[in-house]
Write a protein that binds this ligand. Structure first.
Ligand SMILES: [Zn+2]
Length: 482
């Protein structure tokens, strides 16, 4: 590595298409508090000042889960975000939820971006060729930087099948070794940055197995890393979610590697003066939807959030709404991480779309007690596996109508101690009526008589809010670690 000018790396990850200022949850002693954060105009403004400080030496990278997650993004199949993202002047990006539009549409969207989409682990089924470039090399202030991308490897494993039509993903280990070697030995880069959407536990495991990466920008698991993690010689950070934070690394490089490093997890606070140009672009996207999204449709006494791993107040509201629409013994939905918190008070249509931006139809099935047990053991393993490669993302499956007691530390298949359904011990051979949202709620290999109802999740929530006047959906002990 040749000595070069200082370099600043800025990370945005998991912004989930939150165009504007929104609530974010912060742990504060015994209780969480909410603060207004985020929005691309404030992100742009921060970037401007960092770039003015260090002209020509700022690398701005996006870890994915960017172009999906709110109503205006999903309605336009991501295209409403393209001018904004180009204006932010990113250097590269990788992806996860972007595949929700289907690989073909996602590729069309990528063609409109001014920067490369990187994924060394995403291949066409028909010819095993890469869908996107695995890396890009760019020069910043005399420093030759190799940027490698890894997309979420779970897209073809646990996400709905249309996310991965015609493509497949790998764990990325072998490819990473190959490309790091190539960038070091043939391309003679000064610095290697890995932009990964595998999630923090997998990223740490991966970087213990593969040498040669200088900086790992981790995404997907919404970790707020206040101090960078050092694994061997690799610096690892992750920077929250919803565009509420930017990660900033200032590096001084020497012949032998990184000499000095300083890190800041910057909160994109309300007090930041928004970038005028980006604000106008955001308004252009938001204005046609404002009247619809700002309509007050109910009131919550409980602050709703998804910031807890075993059970969440936000999903309790979602599943109570589903059960109100279609009564059943049990209800299931996936343990999604995204979704800005909603403080107690009025709720708007916008809040509902943030809870479940895909707005799926409610599904029904019959499922035996034995299958529920097996499905939940599998889900606990996918959440808490001792082997990070077996973690498949998300929090514990959201459940309503049952009480599950389990031991986190036990091996796969031995975690669940007891399950009760509607207050009674689960019976292995009994068929239970279940409602669920998306194939992640009840995967197709479990249950029988699966059918799609004519009601969607948003209308179920709206109806429940209208009926209840003021909803109360605190944590109720549906899933308890014992
Ligand atoms: Zn993700």
């Amino acid at each position: 590595m040749k000595p070069c000018h200082p370099l600043t790396i800025v990370q945005l990850n998991d912004s989930h298409a939150y165009f504007e200022l929104h609530n974010e949850l912060f742990w504060n002693g015994p209780k969480p508090i909410h603060k207004l954060t985020g929005g691309y105009a404030r992100i742009g403004s921060l970037l401007n000042s960092i770039r003015n400080e260090n002209p020509g030496s700022v690398v701005f990278l996006d870890g994915g889960d960017t172009i999906h997650g709110t109503y205006p993004a999903v309605k336009s199949e991501g295209f409403s975000m393209v001018p904004l993202l180009n204006q932010l002047d990113l250097n590269a990006m990788t992806a996860h939820w972007e595949f929700a539009y289907g690989p073909e549409k996602f590729k069309k969207l990528v063609k409109k971006l001014d920067y490369p989409m990187l994924a060394l682990n995403c291949y066409y089924k028909k010819n095993n060729k890469l869908v996107f470039p695995p890396y890009v090399i760019e020069e910043f202030n005399g420093c030759r930087v190799g940027i490698i991308g890894i997309a979420a490897s779970i897209v073809d494993q646990v996400m709905p099948p249309y996310f991965s039509t015609g493509i497949y993903f790998t764990e990325a280990r072998l490819e990473l070794k190959h490309y790091v070697g190539h960038l070091r030995n043939e391309e003679k880069v000064d610095l290697i940055i890995l932009l990964s959407h595998l999630g923090f536990p997998q990223d740490i495991q991966l970087i213990q197995e593969v040498d040669g990466v200088d900086v790992l920008l981790s995404s997907h698991t919404h970790n707020r890393i206040y101090r960078p993690v050092l694994v061997n010689d690799t610096v690892v950070i992750q920077s929250g979610c919803h565009g509420s934070f930017l990660g900033r690394l200032d590096l001084e490089l020497s012949k032998t590697g990184i000499k000095n490093i300083s890190h800041q997890l910057i909160t994109v606070g309300e007090d930041i003066v928004p970038d005028q140009e980006i604000e106008e672009m955001v308004n252009h996207v938001m204005d046609p939807h404002k009247e619809y999204l700002d309509e007050v449709v109910g009131h919550t006494r409980t602050p709703l959030n998804r910031n807890t791993v075993l059970e969440s107040s936000m999903d309790n509201f979602l599943l109570k709404s589903v059960l109100n629409k279609i009564p059943a013994d049990v209800a299931f939905s996936n343990g999604w991480r995204y979704g800005a918190p909603i403080p107690s008070g009025d709720m708007t249509v916008n809040d509902l779309w943030n809870i479940i931006p895909v707005n799926p139809m409610i599904m029904q099935a019959k499922i035996t007690g034995r299958e529920i047990w097996t499905m939940l053991e599998e889900n606990l393993e996918r959440t808490f596996s001792r082997n990070p490669y077996n973690q498949r993302g998300g929090y514990v499956k959201r459940c309503m109508g049952l009480n599950l007691y389990f031991k986190i530390e036990n091996p796969y298949g031995q975690r669940i101690q007891q399950i009760f359904i509607r207050g009674k011990k689960i019976k292995p051979d009994q068929l239970y009526e279940a409602v669920y949202l998306t194939s992640q709620g009840i995967p197709p290999e479990y249950g029988r008589d699966h059918s799609t109802t004519e009601y969607n999740a948003i209308e179920a929530m709206q109806e429940y809010l209208a009926k209840e006047k003021k909803i109360d959906t605190p944590l109720s002990g549906s899933v308890v670690a014992v």
